[in-house]
Design a protein around this ligand. Structure first.
Ligand code: FDA
Ligand code: NAD
Length: 426
């Protein structure tokens, strides 16, 4: 049993949706393209799952957040794929790949062949078991990566008999889910090993701004420690957590966000890997010329930093996907992928954006008592990173534009004095 396509997108997440849109813009013919996804639904904007999807009132539900609604493009519903002659092979896991033969084998036993493959398999959530703690399968322990996880989290939240949640991890998932739980009137304790939240991006000063607000909403931060075990009742439900520092917390609901691993396993031994992902060149092409990789799974050259990065953010997924399609369909006219890293988050009524890189010296500006403040990162005499909370559309555009230019900065105190004026003036 088998089917053949010219173009196959493996994975049906954010990158897949944006790649599909780009294929139609470049003129793919009926029946040439398919998307194979383990998920039972058409590609959607994953960021909605930790935000609008968890709201107690008027929560976001499909079809409202199918891609590519997040970038003010068309919303690609299942009907859209049908109308454009794109086959959606949903609820289907690919269990092996043979890049030499250009075939994929599904768990149902079907062989699907391709001329060009785009790997968009994203990532999976790390499990506590990988850190030596068991109990992830308890009915009130939740992870958050896909729609099924989010649906389960809402269900556990709504059926919880008590009001105490423990959030494990102080990164993106931890911060966004904690805010959503608070909005649902649930008491939240956050447990993470670092001295402050969002350790990969925030400085202590930026972190303390958000932590102070969370504390004012009743969130209890338990830092510098990790979970050592769960406490279960006789039905196997978690009732509490024991921490390595010897303390414990009651828990009616536990949400775990302790990082991800890219889904590379199908291609290990067949394609070159780098930084935990699949190595691609500036055309998003892997070590096999018929195979491209995009989104969370791809390690690609970030031209402005002169090195490869694997980014775990939606903007990179959208843009790398579009670029790969352009490189496949218009190889002679598509330039190198020249991407400026962009991350953002929205929690409560906060909204921040970050561009570039967060290494070097930090120069703060604005009013840290709110509502708008920010920071620049200056490395080897150049501004290479910018963070802004509470900016206007024009201000965000300005920090993005200037960060891409990497302007020289001789005098940090002058930059501090100018603050946001530095980028707005350029
Ligand atoms: P994505 O994970 O979106 O898709 C991968 C797809 O491949 C899935 O459908 C999966 O089932 C499928 N798949 C994997 N292996 C397969 C196999 N063997 N066979 C078939 N299918 C397979 N970023 C940001 O910048 N701002 C934000 O606010 C947020 N918010 C956010 C919230 C939550 C809850 C999460 C989990 C993540 C975010 N992110 C984010 C990160 C962002 O969503 C992420 O970077 C993109 O979804 C990556 O897109 P990809 O298409 O690469 O992977
Ligand atoms: P993360 O890498 O942002 O944060 C992981 C957190 O878990 C860190 O605080 C880390 O110290 C902590 N941690 C690690 N091991 C731990 C342990 N044993 N016990 C307790 N804490 C531990 O990852 P995440 O928050 O799980 O997010 C998952 C993915 O989703 C990431 O790729 C992230 O970029 C993406 N995401 C992005 C956004 C956004 O960009 N706004 C929002 C949600 C999710």
């Amino acid at each position: 049993m088998g089917r053949a396509f010219v173009y196959v997108i493996l994975g049906g997440g954010v990158a897949a949706g944006y790649a599909a849109l780009e294929f139609t813009k470049k003129g793919v013919a009926n029946g040439e393209l398919c998307i194979i996804s383990e998920e039972p639904v058409a590609p959607y904007e994953r960021p909605a799952l930790s935000k609008g999807f968890l709201l107690p009132e008027a929560p976001a539900r499909l079809p409202a957040f199918h891609t590519c609604v997040g970038a003010n493009e068309e919303r690609l519903t299942p009907k859209w794929y049908k109308e454009h002659g794109i086959e959606l092979i949903l609820g289907t896991r690919v269990k092996s790949a043979d890049v030499r033969r250009k075939t994929l084998l599904t768990a149902a036993g079907e062989t699907i062949s391709y001329k060009f493959l785009i790997i968009a398999t994203g990532a999976r959530a790390l499990k506590l078991e990988e850190f030596g703690v068991s109990g992830s399968d308890a009915e009130n322990v939740c992870y958050l990566r896909d729609l099924a996880d989010a649906t389960r989290l809402v269900d556990v939240m709504q059926n919880s008999t008590g009001d105490n949640a423990v959030v494990i991890g102080g990164g993106y998932i931890g911060m966004e889910v904690a805010a959503s739980l608070v909005i649902n009137k649930i008491n939240v304790s956050m447990v993470f090993p670092e001295p402050h939240c969002m350790g990969r991006l925030f400085t202590p000063k930026i972190a303390s701004y958000y932590e102070d607000f969370y504390k004012s909403k009743g969130v209890n931060f338990v830092k510098g420690t990790v979970l050592s075990s769960f406490v279960f009742n006789p039905d196997g439900k978690v009732t509490g957590v024991n921490l390595k520092d010897g303390s414990n917390l009651p828990a009616d609901l536990v949400v775990v966000g302790i990082g991800i691993r890219p889904n590379t396993s199908l291609f290990e031994g067949q394609l070159t890997l780098e930084k935990g992902g699949i190595k691609v060149n500036s055309r998003l092409q892997t070590s096999n010329t018929s195979v491209y990789a995009v989104g969370d799974v791809a390690s690609f050259p970030v031209k402005i930093f002169g090195e490869s990065r694997r980014l775990e953010h939606v903007d990179a997924a959208r843009k790398s996907a579009r670029h790969a399609v352009a490189a496949i369909m218009e190889p002679d006219t598509t330039p190198d992928f020249d991407y400026l890293p962009f991350f953002y988050s929205r929690v409560f009524s906060f909204s921040w954006q970050f561009y570039g890189d967060n290494v070097g010296e930090t120069v703060y500006f604005g009013d840290f008592s709110g509502p708008s403040f920010g920071a620049y990162w200056v490395h080897k005499g150049h501004l290479i990173g910018s963070f802004l909370e509470g900016g206007s559309k024009e201000e965000y555009e300005a920090i993005a534009k200037v960060t891409r230019l990497k302007p020289a900065v001789d005098d940090l105190s002058e930059l501090e004095r100018q603050g946001l004026g530095f980028v707005v003036a350029l």
